[in-house]
Ligand binder design. Sequence first.
Ligand code: MG
Length: 311
Amino acid sequence: MTDFPQLDGFRGAPGVVRLIGHRGARGVMPENTMEGFVFTLNVGVRAMEFDVVLTRDRTPVITHNHHFLNAATRGTDGNWLTGEELKVSELSLSEIRQLDVGGLDGRTVYGKRFPDQVFLSGIRVPSLADLLDFAVQPEGQDLLLLLEMKSEPVVNGQDHDSTAIVREVVKDVRARGLEQRTILHSFDWTLLEECARVAPDMPRSFLSQMPERADEPGEDSQKSVAPDFNALGMSIPKAVAQAGGRMWCPHYLDVTPDLVAEAHDLGLLVSTWTVNETADICAAIDAGVDGIITDYPGRAQRILLSRGLTW
Ligand code: MG
């Protein structure tokens, strides 16, 4: 089996459960921003999960949805965006750079989900290149990248190059020699097949969420791009292993100790998302996962420490 050194940073061990900052540290810092990533690294959490979408000019930028959420985006005039949400794929990088994503509108459903997030101004959507450039600097040298590629669901059969994102992302990672610090990660298992062809030198992480789980308010659903997990004819860990994956990332409510043990027997790592509440963090630890993807790295650190564990 190919040895991928980055997997070591995601592998649990006796006394160790890995923490992975979700979009940086969304509970306390603006999500998917350089400020959030630097904060998370500075508190001693090396691994970052973040989301990449392509702009109109085919630049990978770090943002979660295919639209900029009005609840999290201000325009050049400093006012919240209103009306139809701006689509990432219809904007150029320079247009996206005008937006301010440093705060949440506390009147909105999404804003109310993260009442402890700081409010900053003048914060720009980073390109993937911005984060990778930081990762090769001395201050970013510990960073490990769990890089989620978002595939856009095909609408009305429109012509659509769904694998372009893989080529653009891999090009950016290779340009900085970060292949050994990156894991390619997606809900779209077809996209992950393309990753195996384009970048066999990088390990792949397979996301899953059972269809009965509710989608989170304010977030694009991934159900339309994911496999039909009830029709696999085998357990999800088995399917991930069969597809050549090295890590399985189930929704936290889909985790059981038996599935974690099965995944480990198959040689997979298991990191679960997005685990924010104390009881859920404890349940994930008890289930034996390798890693916990959380919006609240500080909260998770304190829980680990209280149990005599580290990350
Ligand atoms: Mg993600």
